[in-house]
Design a protein around this ligand. Sequence first.
Ligand SMILES: C[S@@+](CC[C@H](N)C(=O)[O-])C[C@H]1O[C@@H](n2cnc3c(N)ncnc32)[C@H](O)[C@@H]1O
Length: 299
Amino acid sequence: MQSDIVFRTAKAWDSFSDKYARRMQKNTSVFYMTLLNMLHYEEAENILDAGCGAGYLHQHMMNQKKPNSHLYGFDISSQMVKRAGARMKKSLNKDKIGSLDLLTQEEVDSVNFDDEVFKKINYHLSVGNVEELNQYQNEMFDIYVCNLVYQIIDDQKKAMSEAFRVLKPGGKFGITVWGRKEKCAAVWFLKELAFETGLSPVGMKGGRFLSNPEELITLATNTGFKNIVFWLQMVPFDVISMKNIEEFFPPEIEGILAKSTQEQRHIYYQALEKMLNDYKRENKTFPFECYLLIAEKPK
Ligand SMILES: C[S@@+](CC[C@H](N)C(=O)[O-])C[C@H]1O[C@@H](n2cnc3c(N)ncnc32)[C@H](O)[C@@H]1O
């Protein structure tokens, strides 16, 4: 039975899924690509993409993986997973997907995870929670990859021990979490500026930056993983204009703006523009930095 918090998380991501798929995921997929590369996923039989979002790299992974190997993806948001399925169906029909996701809601809603077209290509989608991987057997996967999910879940320890359980001996584990706050403007600026300019009574809620990056290494070690490699990596978000910033507004910010006065909105936009211009003046990119960790389950 789904807890209230899980239900609310799923609903929040459902409502953000369209914008995330169209606008955000192409930025964060750079970390994904690094993880996959470091994990040598092209040699794997069974690959699990935990918290897969809209499956931005699934077409690429299908092309690179061994022909008979299986790709599994799940996410707590059914809308996200359905987007992954709808994109895959389009690509199988040789429709151009493009760098921006142009799916209709009908195409998304009509996805059936048991569709024969997915079975034929060894592509398995489901709705699930990284903290409880009951749908998967012990020692099923060669690769477990989870990009940008661990920093927003309740119980990282539980999620990691579930990952350990479903990995084969010798299987590889790779995760990404948010880096240092001052280097992650891309994830906090909209909500924090809404708070600072008086538009919202609270700033950024949910998600956490690591106060001590060693925490994650210790957690992986205590879970039983070996050969841990850990590094910091930065991706510049493609935010170079006010138009780009507006494209990033999540439903929460759109709701706050809709309830605000014209003057409040004006102050908020001024603050956003100032932030953008400060970056430009210093010839800096709009930063998003993450910690990446890969490890191995002992043989
Ligand atoms: C920042 S997105 C990352 C998506 C994808 N991994 C990527 O790199 O584009 C975070 C994703 O985690 C999912 N999520 C949040 N909590 C989750 C949980 N407990 N279990 C599974 N997925 C979760 C959200 O629905 C969302 O798709």
